[in-house]
Write a protein that binds this ligand. Structure first.
Ligand code: SF4
Length: 351
C-alpha cells in the first residue's frame, strides 16, 4: 500500500488508524457529518488531530513560524498546522456560527490551495435558511438530503451509546469526567469511522457498567470550549471532584431527540446565541445536582466576553479559567482551582 497520502486519525483514545487523504474532509467545528458520510467521505475534526498530537505545542510554534500572530487563539494555530501536516485538501469552512478567527483561517488555507466548502448556521436558527444550507452542502459533496436523512438514522444509533456514557457519568457515577469529555468530544467526527466508534463505545459501556460508583466530594460542571490544557480533568480527580457535565462536548453528541436534520441542527446550541447555552446549562445544573462550574475560556477567544452573561444568569459558584497553549496547568492555575474546590467543599460541609 502506498502510505504517502494517508492521514493519521484518532491518534489517541479510543482508536488509531489511517485513511486516504482524498477521502478526508477536514472540519474545524461540528458540522452535519451525516452529509459527509452519506457522500462517502470521511470527516476529520482538525481540532482532535491537533490536540491528540504528541507534540501539540510544536504545532502552535509551526503556525507562528508560518506567520499566524502570537496573540491569536492557539486552537486556530493548531488547526492550521494540522491541515498542513496531514495534507488535507478539502475542508468545510463554517462561515457563520463559529468564530471570526476561523473565518480568517479559512481564507489563509484557501490561499494556500486548500478547497473550502462554505457552511453557515443561520444566526436566527431559521429552519428554511438551514434547509438551504444543508441542501447546498449535500450538492457540493455529491449527495442529497434523503441519503443524509438515512445516515442520520444510522448515526442516531451510534450517538445513543455516548448518551448512555453521559448518563452513566452523572446518574450512576461510574464514568469519569475525563472519559465523558473524550467520548463526547469525539462525536464531532465519530473518529472518521462510525461503525468502529460504535463497537468501541459498546465495549466501553459493558466495562463501565461493572465498575464501582465513584464517591466524590464535589459534583462539578464544565462549560465553554474544550480545554487546551492536558491535565485539568486528572487534577480535578486528584481533588476528589467528579465532573458530571461537559457542556459543549455534550452538544457535539446531539443530545436531543430529533426527527429531522433541521430539528437536530437547530436544537444544537453551540453555533447560536449564548442565551440558548444558558438555558441548557441551567437545566443540567438542576438535573445533575451540580455544586459549582468551571467556565473555561481560551486566551484570545471572543467567547471570553460571554463570561459576563454566564455570571449574570447562573447562580452557583463559577471559576473562570483561561489558558493559552497546550500543556499542563500552570502553578497559578492549579492554585486557583484548588482554592475554588476547597470553597465548594466547605460550602457542602456547612449545608
Ligand atoms: S477557542 Fe474561540 S477563537 Fe479559538 S477556535 Fe474556538 S471559538 Fe475560535
Amino acid at each position: 500500500m502506498n502510505t504517502s497520502n494517508l492521514v493519521n486519525v484518532g491518534m489517541s483514545f479510543p482508536m488509531s488508524y489511517r485513511i486516504s487523504v482524498d477521502k478526508a474532509i477536514g472540519i474545524t467545528t461540528t458540522v452535519p457529518i451525516e452529509i459527509v458520510y452519506a457522500a462517502g467521505y470521511v470527516p476529520i475534526d482538525l481540532n482532535n488531530i491537533f490536540i491528540c498530537n504528541e507534540d501539540s505545542d510544536s504545532l502552535v510554534d509551526y503556525a507562528e513560524i508560518k506567520g499566524l500572530p502570537r496573540n491569536t487563539c492557539a486552537w486556530i494555530k493548531g488547526i492550521y498546522s494540522s491541515t498542513k501536516k496531514t495534507g488535507i485538501k478539502r475542508i468545510i469552512g463554517v462561515v457563520q456560527g463559529d468564530c471570526s478567527n476561523n473565518h480568517a483561517l479559512i481564507e489563509v488555507l484557501q490561499a494556500e490551495g486548500v478547497e473550502s466548502i462554505p457552511f453557515s448556521y443561520p444566526h436566527d436558527r431559521d429552519s428554511d435558511s438551514l434547509h438551504k444550507q444543508l441542501e447546498f452542502l449535500s450538492n457540493a459533496l455529491g449527495t442529497n438530503l434523503e441519503k443524509a436523512h438515512q445516515m442520520k438514522l444510522v448515526l442516531d444509533n451510534v450517538r445513543k451509546t455516548v448518551h448512555e456514557i453521559d448518563r452513566l457519568t452523572w446518574e450512576e457515577n461510574r464514568v469519569t469526567g475525563e472519559e465523558n469529555h473524550i467520548w463526547n468530544v469525539s462525536t464531532s467526527d465519530l473518529m472518521g469511522d462510525y461503525e468502529l466508534f460504535k463497537a468501541k463505545a459498546l465495549d466501553f459501556l459493558e466495562e463501565a457498567r461493572k465498575r464501582q460508583r465513584l464517591e466524590a466530594d464535589v459534583r462539578l460542571g464544565y462549560i465553554g470550549v474544550p480545554p487546551i490544557c492536558s491535565n485539568l480533568y486528572s487534577f480535578l480527580g486528584e481533588l476528589n471532584v467528579h465532573v458530571v457535565f461537559n457542556e459543549v462536548q455534550r452538544q457535539f453528541s446531539m443530545p436531543y431527540k430529533t426527527d429531522t436534520l433541521i430539528d437536530q441542527y437547530t436544537s444544537y446550541t453551540y453555533p447560536y446565541e449564548m442565551r440558548y447555552h444558558i438555558e441548557d446549562i441551567k437545566k443540567q445544573i438542576a438535573k445533575r445536582k451540580i455544586g459549582g462550574i468551571i467556565h473555561y475560556v481560551q486566551n484570545f477567544c471572543h467567547r471570553h466576553i460571554y463570561d459576563r452573561l454566564v455570571r449574570e444568569h447562573i447562580d452557583i459558584p463559577i471559576l473562570t479559567l483561561d489558558c493559552d497553549r497546550p500543556g499542563l496547568l500552570s502553578g497559578s492555575m492549579r492554585t486557583r482551582v484548588e482554592a475554588f474546590i476547597e470553597m465548594l467543599k466547605n460550602t457542602a460541609k456547612s449545608q
